[in-house]
Design a protein around this ligand. Structure first.
Ligand code: NAI
Length: 349
C-alpha cells in the first residue's frame, strides 16, 4: 500500500490535518489541497465512514475537486474540504462536535474557510462560528445557490449545443433531465422558456409530475432516463451516474448537468468521448453555486455574480475547443485548464 505522503505527492495536497478532541467525541480531517489562488474554500461533511482511510480518501478527492472548480470558475480561492467522522452513537452532541471542529479551523488562521455540506446544516455552521469567523453559510446568510447553479447549467448546455450543432439555440431540442430538485426543476423551467422539449424523471414521482404538469414535460421511469431518445442528457440528481451501463445505453449527443462527480471513474469520460458523446465536465457546468458565494466572500454585487454565471458559457466553449484541438476528452481538458490557471497564478507570485 502507498504511504500517505506518496498519496499526497500524487494528489498535490499542501496540508492534511488529522484532528481529534476525544472529550468532545470529535475526529475530523481537514484537507487543504491548494491555497495558490487564495484561502482554501470547502464544506464540512459529516458522515459515517466505513474506515478512517475512506474518510481520508473522500477528503482528498473532494478538496482537489474544489481547487479545480474554483480555478475554472475564475474564483480567487483555493480548494479544501473537511470531513467529520460520525462515530455511530446517536444522538450526536452537535454543539461539542462542531465547536471542536471550529477550534481546529481557527488554528489555521484563515487558510481554510468552511461551509455547509452533506450531513451538516446552517445551525452547525453557527456552532462553528462560535469558535472561528472562517465559516460561511450561516442561517439567513448568502441565500440559496440553486437558482444560480441552474442558470449556469443552462449556459453550459447552450455552449455545448453551439460546439456540437453550431448554435446556442435549444428550440425543438429534447432534453432528458434526471432529478427534479432545487436545481433540476429550475433548469427545466429555463429550458422550457428556450423552447426545448423535456423528458423528466425523479425517484420522487410527485416531483416529476409537478414539473411535467407545469411545463408540459413527459415523464420517464428513473431507471430509463439516461437511455431515452433525447438530444441532451442533463444529470441533476446524484453523482456516479455515468457508469459502464449508462455510457453504453446513452442515446443523447450531449451530457451536461448539475450533479457533482457524474463520471463514476475518469475512464467513463474516455468512454463517452470514444462513443462520440460530448460531455461537459460537471466542475465547469455547475460552478454557478460557488460563484454565487462570491457575493458573501468578496462583496460582489448581484450584477457581478450574474456576469460570471453567464460567462460559464465561454469557459465551457474554451474547454470543449481545447479538448478537440488536443484530442483529449473534455474532463481531461478541464483539469489541464485548471492546472494552467494555478501555474500562471503561482508564476505571477
Ligand atoms: P436536490 O436534493 O434538491 O434534488 C435532487 C433530486 O434528485 C431530488 O428531487 C431527488 O428525489 C432526485 N433523485 C435522487 N436520486 C435520483 C435518481 N436515481 N433518479 C432520479 N432522480 C433522483 O439537489 P439539488 O440541490 O437540486 O442538486 C442536484 C445535484 O446538483 C446534486 O448532485 C448536487 O450535488 C449538485 N449541485 C448542486 C448545487 C446547488 O446549488 N444546489 C451546486 C453544485 C452542484
Amino acid at each position: 500500500m502507498k504511504s500517505v505522503f506518496d498519496t499526497l505527492a500524487v494528489t498535490g495536497h499542501e496540508q492534511v490535518l488529522f484532528c481529534a478532541d476525544e472529550a468532545a467525541g470529535y475526529r475530523g480531517i481537514i484537507a487543504i489541497h491548494s491555497t495558490a489562488l487564495g484561502p482554501a474554500l470547502g464544506g464540512t461533511r459529516l458522515l459515517r465512514y466505513t474506515s478512517d482511510e475512506d474518510a481520508l480518501i473522500d477528503a482528498l478527492r473532494l478538496s482537489r475537486g474544489m481547487t479545480y472548480k474554483n480555478a475554472l470558475a475564475g474564483m480567487n480561492v483555493g480548494g479544501g474540504k473537511a470531513v467529520v467522522l460520525h462515530g455511530g452513537a446517536e444522538p450526536l452532541d452537535r454543539e461539542r462536535l462542531f465547536r471542536a471542529h471550529g477550534r481546529f479551523i481557527e488554528r489555521l488562521g484563515g487558510r481554510f474557510i468552511t461551509g455547509e455540506d452533506v450531513g451538516t446544516t446552517p445551525a452547525d455552521m453557527e456552532l462553528i462560528r462560535r469558535e472561528t469567523r472562517h465559516v460561511k453559510g450561516l442561517a439567513g446568510e448568502g441565500g440559496d445557490p440553486s437558482p444560480w447553479t441552474a442558470r449556469g447549467v443552462l449556459r453550459a448546455i447552450q455552449a455545448a449545443a453551439r460546439h456540437r450543432w453550431g448554435s446556442d439555440d435549444l428550440a425543438g431540442r429534447t432534453v432528458a433531465l434526471q432529478g427534479c430538485g432545487s436545481v433540476g426543476s429550475r433548469l427545466a423551467a429555463g429550458l422550457h422558456r428556450l423552447g426545448a422539449r423535456l423528458i423528466v424523471a425523479d425517484v420522487d414521482p410527485e416531483r416529476a409530475r409537478h414539473v411535467a404538469a407545469e411545463l408540459g414535460a413527459a415523464v420517464a421511469p428513473p431507471g430509463e432516463i439516461a437511455s431515452v431518445h433525447a438530444d441532451i442528457f442533463a444529470p441533476c440528481a446524484l453523482g456516479g451516474v455515468l457508469d459502464d451501463r449508462a455510457v453504453q445505453a446513452l442515446r443523447a449527443e450531449i451530457v451536461a448537468g448539475a450533479a457533482n462527480n457524474q463520471l463514476l471513474e475518469p475512464r467513463h469520460g474516455d468512454a463517452l468521448a470514444a462513443r462520440g458523446v460530448l460531455y461537459v465536465p460537471d466542475v465547469v457546468a455547475n460552478a454557478g453555486g460557488v460563484l454565487s458565494g462570491g457575493a458573501d466572500l468578496f462583496g460582489w454585487p448581484r450584477a457581478e455574480v450574474e456576469r460570471r454565471v453567464h460567462a460559464i458559457h465561454d469557459t465551457v466553449l474554451l474547454v470543449l475547443e481545447r479538448a478537440k484541438a488536443d484530442g483529449t476528452p473534455p474532463h481531461v481538458a478541464a483539469e489541464r485548464l485548471a492546472e494552467q490557471r494555478l501555474r500562471e497564478r503561482a508564476a505571477a507570485g
